[in-house]
Design a protein around this ligand. Sequence first.
Ligand code: PEP
Ligand code: MN
Length: 349
Amino acid sequence: MIVVMSPQATHEQTELASALLRDNGLTPVPAKAADSALLISEGTGTPELTASIERSAGVERVVLVSGAQRLTSRDFHPENTQVTVGGRDGVTVGGTEFLVIAGPCAVEGPQQMTTVVDVVTAARAGMLRGGAFKPRTSPYSFQGLGVAGLALLAEQRGRTGLPVVTEVVAPADVERVAEESDMLQIGTRNMQNFDLLREAGASGRPVLLKRGMAATIEEWLLAAEYLMQMGNSDVVLCERGIRSFERSTRFTLDLSAVAEAKRRTHLPVIVDPSHSTGQPHLVGPMSLAAAACGADGLLIDVHTNARGALCDGAQALDAAQFTDLMDRLEPVVEAVGRMLAQPRSLAQV
Ligand code: PEP
Ligand code: MN
């Protein structure tokens, strides 16, 4: 059950509604959505309880939700959520536009960033990616430039007008990363780092939530609940491949999860064909398939010197491959009634 208090409800009215739920054996958890306080419980109680909560002062509505999801469910929010990244001049994902986010796996230095960003901008990507804090499987691998990497990303945003997304791995870094980027990425390895999710949810920035490599769709959506519970409805899900017995691809891209997640939730869903397949020749076909099956966008690794890349060079597209992919993607995007997203600051000119 979700109890939505009216924006004008007083703290006392919320407390009274909460007490009524507790008196009836439920354990309400406080949450927020836009201007309203929410009370969320795992159970639903009786129809009589619903009726008396609905009559309580300050209560706007009661939503009964089936299954484990609450705020992410279409019962709570039937229409597609559109997430705007980068403010008024930024891009929107989840509507009619199809958002391509591209850039290197890791920010390596000013020259590398300028070269890659020039390529993806010329090919009409709508947003930039680049990791400054890298969650590497081995502690001996390049761990990212950290704060210096954030500054290089911000420089590219200033130069191009494209919003940037970058990963945050520690709750203590959320504030800093939120200040210097437009969107926080939570990686596959941290999908169930609940302290990190709460902190990112409270940051006020949109969040890109990757699916855990061994997470079910339900676990992924419940991780998104942690973000939304903090009052953040700007959440974009990213399917990035799951572990299977198959070794010829890095992970197994689960495109059925895109259609299924979109059925169960109003949140936008994008696809990462780079980390999932691990191979440039599979990135193109999977990108086209993602657009065709209803994904709202893509997250693609691009590097102009893959051999020298400090992280995940083997899966990156080079300049020609990315440009060619964007050309082939556009008609598929148009065939499903959408158009490539561009920041509003650039679309005007
Ligand atoms: C990434 O996008 O840089 C990344 C590390 O992805 P994932 O968390 O999906 O492995
Ligand atoms: Mn990577």
